[in-house]
Design a protein around this ligand. Structure first.
Ligand code: FAD
Length: 315
């Protein structure tokens, strides 16, 4: 089987889980696509996973209320061994990248990191990943009975629902007592959808002019559309926006249904993070800006004139 460890937050399955399901299906590997949901009170998450997967395994226990690398490692390795998984897929989130190598060690398995493409080949699994700040795309091949993979968030389209509801099975696990616990958390509350979950993203580039203009134009349009907010590196380097919003080679990879770029030139390093978006809309006053080469819809004009009119029209 292909074992996917679900990522979820606040009772909702994360988009990254549906992306892993898609990566598994598109890879051509054999075996049922199996999602393992670990957590406490995760009934609804398991129901959501059942819309995409071939089967869902659920460990719903109070000890799993909080993520712990030690516990997640033990759980993933046990289920992989019991189910003789040929592939264990883990999200390329911060926590995923923390425990995935441990799972690989536990299973004595090769570890493919940060996959942006996956393909079953004769005698193994091939993956691509960026390296050297995405200047190089590297192909790796792992040949072993079990392979552990982390999947780069945003690199795959989320899988569509199968139209059927997969069977769910409760699983028994022997879990260790974690020796490390998070004892405090100060979380910034986001009023809008996060970049990794957004189906529409409005991104501002240096062309929006200033941090204040960014708030008025980019955040204004994003809020009118219920979209996430992205930024170019030029904007982040200027201190107008936090690094967490940077899209591109050294930022996040996104693949929303619609990507709206305001005052963004379209440098290759930016395009590599958003070029697979379904529809790209660009507004730029320079008709020769490279962003227009990838845009499905383009407006040549000043963001200061066009965006307020768009915000008005979207309300
Ligand atoms: P600019 O290139 O300055 O473009 C601004 C655009 O706004 C221009 O096209 C201009 O015509 C237009 N404009 C100006 N005024 C207006 C107006 N009033 N109305 C409409 N349009 C207007 N960049 C990223 O974004 N993400 C990355 O992850 C990233 N990683 C990098 C990694 C490396 C190793 C390197 C070397 C570079 C990286 N960069 C990255 C930087 C990248 O090369 C570009 O410098 C950057 O993307 C440019 O940002 P920008 O489009 O906002 O600015």
């Amino acid at each position: 089987m292909i074992l996917i460890i679900a990522e979820h937050k606040d009772g909702q399955l994360s988009k990254s889980t549906a992306e892993m399901v898609q990566a598994a299906r598109a890879s051509g590997q054999s075996g049922p696509v199996t999602v393992l949901v670990l957590g406490s009170g995760v009934n609804e998450v398991a129901n959501q996973a059942a819309q995409f997967a071939d089967q869902v395994l659920v460990a719903d226990r109070p000890e799993l209320a909080q993520y712990s690398a030690e516990v997640w490692t033990a759980a993933a390795a046990q289920i992989a061994q019991q189910g003789q998984a040929n592939t264990v897929m883990i999200g390329g989130s911060r926590s995923g990248r923390e425990y995935a190598p441990r799972v690989a060690v536990r299973l004595d398995a090769p570890y493919l990191e940060d996959a942006i493409a996956l393909q079953a080949v004769d005698g193994g699994l091939q993956s691509q990943r960026y390296s050297y700040l995405a200047r190089v795309t590297e192909t790796q091949q792992a040949s072993a009975p079990t392979v552990v993979v982390t999947v780069k968030p945003g690199a795959f389209q989320p899988a569509a629902a199968t139209g059927q509801t997969a069977e769910q099975y409760d699983v028994e696990l022997e879990l260790p007592q974690p020796r490390l616990q998070v004892t405090g958390k100060n979380e910034e509350k986001l009023d809008r959808v996060s970049l990794s979950e957004a189906d529409i993203i409005v991104t501002g580039g240096r062309g929006v002019g200033s941090a204040e203009n960014f708030s008025t134009l980019v955040e204004g349009l994003a809020d009118a559309l219920g979209a996430g907010v992205g930024a170019t590196r030029a904007v982040v380097d200027a201190g107008w926006r936090p690094y967490g919003e940077q899209v591109g080679q050294t930022g996040k990879t996104v693949q929303p249904g619609a990507y709206i770029a305001l005052g963004v030139s379209g440098a290759v390093q930016h395009l590599s993070g958003m070029g697979k978006s379904k529809y790209i809309v660009a507004i730029n006053k320079d008709a020769d800006a490279p962003i227009f080469k990838v845009a499905d819809y383009g407006i040549v004009g000043d963001v200061n004139e066009i965006v307020p009119a768009l915000i008005q029209a979207s309300r």
